[in-house]
Design a binder for this molecule. Structure first.
Ligand SMILES: Nc1ncnc2c1ncn2[C@@H]1O[C@H](COP(=O)(O)OP(=O)(O)OP(=O)(O)O)[C@@H](O)[C@H]1O
Length: 321
């Protein structure tokens, strides 16, 4: 039994709740070999018979259903096919065999700055990217200040994005994607591009989405974070699914350790974190009370119900978060 507060108790899934379906999906890629000049000459001399390149199956008969509100991690060692699976779900790649489809509004953070035009300013790119992700102008207008605040781009919003660092790109891309209010959010490892405070902010925002019941599919090598955020883990090995079940079991498989031990350590980690967070709040409330003030904590998706944000006496949202 996990102690994460935002995990939902068992929900009944049906055909109507399927958000993403992958049905016997396979993908072939071409592996190009570097050949010596001699080999290339021989190949031409033999009438170009055979191929200098070789095909390999990056995804092999991958099937899964992801239902509304599920939080799923795609796990596996380097080259196992995680990012390719995410690209299939987002539609930037198509399977060679089988089927993959989504039934909900999807926003993905898969490739940093994909959909950004280098010669346009940050401001113009917010509008361009927002439109690509399905927002109309009025919606972007109303969210523009929040997007810029979240990204912390500040005055650079009117600079052409070709002058941005990769971290600045990421900030703006994440800020736009998160403000599209997607039903399904796809996140690849790219969070690692941002600096630590920004990563924390993104993770907090992702936890907020989870708490609000959104569907999440994440690719990450950060297994502790995965257990925090995701209920389910799908482990890929050489393009095949070798495990699909509770994320703790997936992590145990990757770490080659008993699931009960991994679960116990995860529970201890979460309990410790929540203890310190509550303790900090308690101290801040005492300090405020000593001054005759009322302490209103900042919203934390691990401690607070998102509905509490409607009541300014309960929690407040940090600007841009
Ligand atoms: N466009 C492509 N053309 C050729 N091969 C590709 C292409 N994209 C991915 N691959 C190969 O397909 C395999 C799976 O790649 P993928 O990026 O999905 O792995 P991954 O599990 O996300 O790995 P990592 O943990 O290193 O990010 C790898 O061998 C990779 O080199």
């Amino acid at each position: 039994m996990t102690t994460i507060p935002f995990k939902k108790p068992g929900v009944t899934f049906s055909e109507e709740t399927v958000a993403i379906r992958s049905d016997h999906m396979s993908k072939w890629f071409t592996l190009r070999h570097t050949r010596s000049i001699k080999e290339a000459v021989m190949w031409i001399a033999k009438g170009r018979k055979g191929d200098l390149s070789e095909k390999f199956k990056a995804l092999d008969d991958v099937s899964f259903d992801i239902h509304d509100g599920e939080t799923v991690a795609l796990l596996g060692f380097n080259g196992s096919g995680k990012s390719t699976t995410l690209k299939m779900i987002s539609g930037v790649m198509h399977p060679d065999e089988g089927y993959v489809g989504t039934r909900r509004k999807v926003a993905g953070l898969i490739e940093v700055g994909a959909g950004f035009h280098p010669d346009l300013t940050g401001r113009d790119n917010v509008y361009l990217n927002g439109a690509i992700l399905g927002m109309d102008k009025a919606e972007i207008d109303s969210k523009f200040d929040d997007i810029v605040a979240f990204s912390e781009i500040g005055e650079f919003i009117d600079t052409e994005v070709k002058f941005y660092s990769s971290g600045m790109y990421l900030r703006l891309a994440f800020a736009v994607a998160i403000h599209t209010d997607p039903e399904v959010f796809l996140v690849d490892e790219i969070l690692s591009v941002g600096d630590e405070p920004f990563q924390k902010k993104c993770i907090s925002r992702i936890k907020d989405l989870v708490r609000r019941g959104k569907t999440l599919v994440v690719v990450s090598h950060d297994l502790d974070l995965i257990m925090d955020i995701c209920e389910r883990g799908i482990v890929l090995e050489h393009g095949k699914i070798v495990y699909d079940g509770p994320s703790v079991g997936a992590v145990a498989k990757l770490r080659d350790r008993p699931a009960a031990d991994v679960q116990r350590e995860q529970n201890e980690r979460v309990e410790r974190r929540l203890y310190w967070k509550r303790d900090e709040r308690r101290k801040a409330a005492e300090e405020a009370a000593a001054k005759g003030e009322k302490y209103v904590p900042e919203y934390d998706p691990e401690l607070d119900d998102p509905a509490d944000l409607d009541d300014p006496t309960k929690v407040k949202r940090t600007k841009g978060l």
